[in-house]
Design a protein. Structure first.
Length: 295
């Protein structure tokens, strides 16, 4: 067969496959948004949920999701950054220690979120005695998120051209100063993009949090800023039902009279936030790239 015809056929098949994937994704998103957006209002976004009455909202669950995301990133980002810098800049690529670290990262990245949740339940909830709390959920999500962020930091650092390292060393900088002041700033767009994408992944996680952060959203006292009080919004030792867990609970228990509307609205809010994270990652990445490259 004519090579040009074969190339056209292969290209057409790839376009068709890509089109099918886009159509499926767009259909799912449109279905969720069309069903849920009409139920979204300011009252819905700010009022607490109700178990047996009509008119409940997702205010506490939405706040819990954002607060849990912040705590998780505070824990996981420094660890991921340190591990990525070690693997990219300091590790002997042929050493058994490096191979062990890479193997551990690959194993962690392949674990289902339910398994991570059960691990978090046994270790953080039971053994450490944190109970169902934000800190237990954040630590479990750190285990869940660490491989992805570490690999992202490592690849972003490796993408920096070797002449940047040589230039820093030639100017008299130490290896650590070169990494800190030359390599990391150059790799910052890729790192920030990975962090934002990881945030979207964390925000939509449910399975790992059912066993760690809990399935209830106690009322919060917004005038109480004591971090050790379980009624304080900033306490990391209180139970925190997140938005994704709330969707699962509403659909699973069915005790809310308007459960279908609450579930549809909460699902639409969750999808909108995840889309904002993804589009935000692309925007921040392009902005940082154009700023650093002057293009």
């Amino acid at each position: 067969m004519n090579p040009k015809k074969v190339d056209k056929m292969a290209t057409s098949v790839l376009y068709i496959i890509s089109g099918i994937i886009v159509v499926i994704l767009a259909s799912l998103l449109l279905y969720i948004l069309v069903r849920g957006v009409p139920h979204i209002s300011w009252h819905f976004l700010t009022s607490p949920s109700k178990a047996y009455e009509v008119g409940g909202g997702i205010g506490i669950q939405l706040f819990n999701s954002i607060f849990l995301l912040v705590i998780t990133m505070i824990i996981s980002f420094p660890l991921s950054l340190g591990a990525g810098i070690y693997l990219s800049e300091y590790a002997n690529q042929k050493s058994w220690v490096t191979n062990l670290v890479r193997t551990s990262i690959e194993i962690l990245s392949s674990l289902p979120s339910v398994v991570v949740g059960l691990f978090g339940f046994l270790i953080f909830v039971v053994q450490f005695g944190y109970g169902f709390s934000i800190i237990s959920g954040a630590l479990a999500l750190t285990v869940f998120n660490l491989p992805l962020m570490t690999r992202n930091v490592e690849e972003s650092l490796k993408a920096v051209h070797h002449t940047q390292r040589e230039g820093g060393l030639a100017l008299g900088l130490s290896r650590w100063e070169t990494v800190l002041h030359v390599i990391v700033p150059e790799a910052l767009p890729g790192i920030v993009t990975g962090v934002v994408l990881s945030s979207g992944r964390i925000f939509g996680e449910a399975a790992a949090l059912i066993y760690t952060a809990g399935q209830s959203a106690p009322a919060l006292d917004w005038s109480n800023w004591n971090p050790m009080s379980v009624s304080s919004p900033i306490s990391i030792f209180r139970q925190a039902e997140t938005l994704a867990v709330h969707i699962w609970k509403v659909n699973g228990e069915g005790t809310v009279p308007d459960g279908a509307a609450v579930s549809a609205g909460a699902s639409a809010v969750l999808i909108i936030f995840v889309l904002l994270f993804n589009f935000g990652a692309r925007f921040i990445g392009k902005k940082n790239h154009s700023k650093l490259t002057a293009s």
